[in-house]
Design a protein around this ligand. Structure first.
Ligand code: FES
Length: 105
């Protein structure tokens, strides 16, 4: 298991123990943790509702695919550290990652 930290809108951080041996994406895992992610496209990089801003550990992530890049490019408020959580499969290298939900208020 790895630890993924989620920063809430009030600045507090929650540490979550995430499994890396179940083939879950970060989107699927955060949804399972009852974070408010619609994921209307089901993880196909088409809806951007799973967008997260990576606060720490960006270098631990896999490269963006063209599909992910193209989707993020359509968001008006995308940040250089924004990623689609459905495109990030949980793996041991992601231990210590810190994210916040892009659309969280
Ligand atoms: Fe739709 Fe990630 S779930 S883009």
């Amino acid at each position: 298991n790895i630890t993924v930290h989620v920063q809430h809108p009030d600045g507090s951080r929650v540490a979550l123990e995430a499994p890396t041996d179940m083939g879950l994406s970060l989107m699927e895992y955060l949804k399972a943790c009852e974070y408010d992610i619609l994921a209307t496209c089901g993880g196909m990089a088409l809806c951007a509702t799973c967008c997260v801003d990576v606060l720490e550990g960006e270098d631990k992530l896999n490269e963006m695919s063209d599909d992910e890049y193209a989707m993020l490019d359509t968001l008006p408020d995308v940040l250089p550290n924004s990623r689609l959580a459905c495109q990030l499969q949980l793996n041991p290298a992601m231990d210590g990652l810190v994210v916040k939900l892009h659309h969280a208020e």
